[in-house]
Ligand binder design. Structure first.
Ligand code: 5AD
Ligand code: SF4
Length: 485
């Protein structure tokens, strides 16, 4: 267990161990020495800021980076004042890359002013060779560059940079390794993401993720359960199981295990109250999983089920391996087994070759399923994916028109779907002080909707009964009706 490691007992003058995670503990101990030295010279501890772009997987990875930095003695600080700024990047759409270059441009003058400052870049964008070439050529002021496969080596990379003053670049093309038992610093004390698998084998034709996150690897179920037990002992009551395609969990294990079986095991953990997971691929969503969801007391009645398009032709070109009809049947089955389930989705507009008729099919699915919310994306060409070289790329003007129409439809339906709970009393997990009104708190319903109501700091992390008095489109205003039983 990481908690049992005492970094002060590690001999930092010996050769580094070869085995992981012992090797990383050794480098953490070395960094800790450096931090002590920094404190003596400067009269303060060095500071850091980790900024996350992209999905929940990246958010979880950032917690691991934060955990390591805190362990070696760094303190958290705002980006414009931090000695060490790290961008954990995303590359799923081109505009994610553009944003990182823009932010890097703003860091350059800060680094000139602060001689201690270091800049680290990691995450999906770093797995693209063109990006690293560009950084090496035009962004020489970056100190550390690493990718998605070797994030567990963060302490070693930091130590190398601190002791050498040169740009450290370490990117792996792929890995079959999963290193357990490293520190991490949770954003919330009462809820946590848990990686259950890494990578993706689906190769949807528009998507860069399989190239930057590598092949699918599932964590050992015992390691997952142990991690959740530890988190629960530390105050966590809600977990979000994370993977690019959680429905294919366990297929590559030495002793294969289904995702549904893993959920059943997790459900047994005492003290754990809410279980969420994402993302589900419709092609792998089994009857067994639907049954487990229907019978569970802890699995939240919310499923994020990306449809991407409603047109069977486009779905085939996307390599999604289901038809419009199969998707709709799946939704029907889910609604039957879990009547009050909330469904959300991802939709891409303007995939190459998408005709007006194809787009109408997407609108039709939106109207039939009536999603509680949907993330809508304009297709972004990712170099190296099969779709990037497909013919009939759709013009910007047509895409814009379809995107606006889709958004209107999605928003109208989502507002209606959200409003059905008005007047009911629901159990809510309080997450934060409301960002618009400090006298209010924000809580989350099991179905993932947010509600703001009058209450104070002491409620954070608690389950309370809230009357949903007014629906405001995508969220509620409520009144606390009592503590949950
Ligand atoms: N262009 C637009 N959207 C994309 N997504 C993935 N790749 C692309 C792309 N090239 C969307 C999908 C996926 C979500 C995480 O991002 O809808 O479900
Ligand atoms: Fe990308 Fe498809 Fe894998 Fe999701 S399932 S990460 S969209 S390739």
């Amino acid at each position: 267990m990481y908690q049992e490691i005492d970094l002060n007992k590690i001999d930092i003058h010996a050769e580094p161990p070869v085995e992981e995670p012992a090797r990383q503990y050794y480098f953490m101990a070395r960094c800790k020495e450096w931090v002590k030295d920094f404190e003596q010279k400067n009269g303060r501890l060095p500071s850091f800021c980790v900024t996350t772009f992209g999905c929940q997987m990246n958010a979880r990875d950032s917690e691991k980076l934060r955990g390591i930095l805190k362990e070696i003695g760094y303190v958290e600080e705002a980006e414009d004042k931090a000695d060490f700024v790290i961008y954990n990047t995303c590359t799923v759409r081109e505009n994610a890359n553009t944003r990182v270059y823009g932010r890097l441009g703003q860091l350059k003058p800060l680094k000139k002013k602060n001689p201690h400052m270091m800049i680290g870049l990691c995450g999906c964008m770093m797995q693209e060779p063109e990006v690293v070439e560009k950084l090496k050529k035009s962004y020489r002021f970056v100190d550390i560059i690493f990718g998605t496969h070797n994030i567990y080596k963060f302490a070693e990379l930091v130590a190398t940079r601190l002791e050498s003053e040169r740009m450290v670049i370490d990117i792996w093309k792929n890995t079959d390794k999963i290193v357990e038992n490293l520190p991490n610093q949770r954003k919330y004390s009462f809820k946590s993401g848990i990686n259950i698998m890494f990578g993706c084998n689906n190769f949807c034709s528009y998507c860069i993720v399989p190239y930057v996150r590598g092949r699918e690897r599932s964590r050992d179920p015992q390691a997952i359960i142990q991690e959740i037990r530890r988190l629960v002992a530390d105050g966590v009551s809600e977990v979000m199981l994370l993977g690019q395609n959680v429905n294919s969990y366990g297929k590559t294990l030495n002793t294969p295990m289904t995702f549904a079986k893993l959920l059943r095991e997790i459900e047994k953990i005492d003290g754990l109250l809410r279980i969420r997971f994402m993302t589900s691929h419709p092609k792998d969503l089994s009857d067994e999983l639907i049954e487990v969801m229907g019978n569970s007391q802890k699995i939240c009645k919310h499923l994020h089920l990306p449809v991407q398009s409603g047109s069977t032709d486009i779905l085939a070109k996307m390599n999604r391996r289901y038809t419009k009809e199969q998707y709709l049947e799946l939704v029907e089955k889910l609604r039957k087994a879990v009547p009050d389930i909330s469904l959300t989705t991802d939709i891409i507009v303007g995939f190459p070759g998408e005709t007006e008729a194809d787009f109408e099919e997407t609108l039709d699915v939106v109207r039939k399923v009536r999603y509680d919310s949907a993330f809508t994306f304009i297709y972004s060409k990712r170099t190296g994916t099969p779709a990037a070289v497909m013919e009939n790329q759709v013009s910007e003007e047509v895409i814009k028109n379809r995107f606006d129409r889709l958004l209107r439809e999605v928003q109208t339906i989502a507002a209606e779907a959200c409003a059905v709970h008005e007047g009911t009393v629901q159990e809510v997990l309080v997450e934060d002080i409301c960002s618009h009104d400090p006298k209010m708190v924000t809580g989350r319903l099991g179905n993932n909707l947010l509600v703001h109501f009058y209450g104070g700091q002491e409620l954070i992390g608690q389950y309370v009964e809230v009357k949903l008095t007014e629906c405001r489109g995508f969220y509620y205003i409520g009144e606390m009706a009592g503590k949950a039983s």
